[in-house]
Design a protein around this ligand. Structure first.
Ligand code: B1M
Length: 213
C-alpha cells in the first residue's frame, strides 16, 4: 500500500508530525495497527538500520527516527491492546546494562500486555542486580531480557548468571530476544526461551508458563 511506503519514508526522514497524522488516518480508514506497525514503521526502521550500517545515516538522524517510532507507537498502543483482559501473570522486562535500545522491548511489552500480562518494565541499561531486585519485588512468573548489540549479548549472559546465583531463579522462567539473539545463544547462556519478535514472544511466554490460548 502506497501510504505504508510513504510512512516508512517519512520515518526515515524523521518527520514526527507527518507520521502521527498518517498513522491516525490509516487507523481511521480501517488499516489494522499490526499492519501499520509491520509494513510502515518497522519497514522504515529496517532501512534506517541498513543506512546506519553503511554510514549513510548518523546517530542524531537515527534518534529522530526513533522518536517518530515512539510517537506512532503511542497512537497504536491502545489498538494493539485488546480491552478488558484479566491479568494472567506478571512479567519483568528490561534492556540489559550498556544497551539503550528500547523500541523492540517496548513492543514486546505492549504485545504481552495485550495478551493479558502485567508488565514491570525496568527500562534500558538495566544492571543484573536490578533484575534480581525486581523479581523479589514484583514476584513475576517470567523475566524478559532484551539486547540489540553484540557487545551487550555478553551482558545478557552475565545477567542470567547473576539471576542463577540468586534464590529467585527457581521462581522464574527467563526469555531473551533482540536483533542479534538466536535460539542457539539462548541455549548456550541458560535462558529458558528465545523469541525473534514481539508476536512470537507472546507465544513463547505462554508456552513456558503452560498457559493455553
Ligand atoms: Co542502534 N544499533 N546503536 N541505535 N540501532 C543497531 C542495533 C545496529 C544493528 C545498527 C547497524 O549498525 N545496522 C547496530 C548494532 C550492531 C551490532 O552490535 N552488531 C547499532 C549500533 C552499532 C548502535 C550504537 C553503538 C551506535 C553508536 O553509538 N556508534 C549505539 C549504541 C547505544 C547503546 O545502546 N549503548 C546505538 C544507538 C542507537 C539509538 C539510540 C540512536 C537508537 C535507539 C533508540 C531507542 O531504542 N530508543 C538506535 C536504533 C534505532 C537502531 C536501529 C536502527 C533500529 C532498532 C529498532 O528499534 N528496531 C538498529 C538497526 C536494526 O535493528 N535494524 C540499530 C525496530 C524494533 C521494532 O525492532 O529492536 O529488533 P527490534 O525488536 C524486535 C526484535 O528484536 C524482538 O522483538 C522486537 C519487536 O518485533 N525483540 C525481542 C527485541 N527485544 C526482545 C525481547 C524479547 C523477545 C523479542 O524477549 C524478552
Amino acid at each position: 500500500m502506497a501510504e505504508l511506503q510513504e510512512m516508512a519514508t517519512l520515518l526515515q526522514q524523521g518527520n514526527v508530525n507527518a507520521v502521527k497524522t498518517l498513522t491516525q488516518r490509516l487507523l481511521d480508514n480501517g488499516v489494522s495497527a499490526q499492519t501499520i506497525l509491520n509494513d510502515g514503521l518497522i519497514a522504515g526502521m529496517t532501512v534506517v538500520g541498513e543506512q546506519m550500517r553503511c554510514g549513510e545515516m548518523y546517530l542524531p538522524e537515527v534518534l529522530q527516527s526513533a522518536s517518530v517510532m515512539h510517537a506512532a507507537m503511542s497512537i497504536l498502543k491502545p489498538h494493539l491492546l485488546s480491552g478488558g483482559v484479566q491479568p494472567i501473570g506478571r512479567v519483568v522486562l528490561g534492556t540489559v546494562k550498556g544497551d539503550m535500545h528500547d523500541i523492540g522491548k517496548n513492543l514486546v511489552g505492549i504485545m504481552l500486555q495485550g495478551a493479558g500480562f502485567e508488565i514491570a518494565d525496568l527500562g534500558i541499561n538495566t544492571p543484573p542486580e536490578k533484575f534480581v531486585e525486581a523479581i523479589r519485588q514484583h514476584q513475576p512468573k517470567l523475566v524478559g531480557l532484551s539486547a540489540m548489540l553484540t557487545t551487550t549479548m555478553l551482558v545478557m549472559k552475565k545477567t542470567i548468571e547473576v539471576i542463577n546465583a540468586s534464590e529467585v531463579r527457581s521462581q522464574v522462567k527467563i526469555i531473551i530476544g533482540g536483533a542479534p539473539i538466536t535460539q542457539r545463544f539462548a541455549g548456550e547462556i541458560g535462558a529458558d526461551g528465545f523469541a525473534k519478535d514481539a508476536v512470537s514472544a507472546v507465544d513463547k511466554v505462554k508456552e513456558l508458563l503452560a498457559i493455553s490460548n
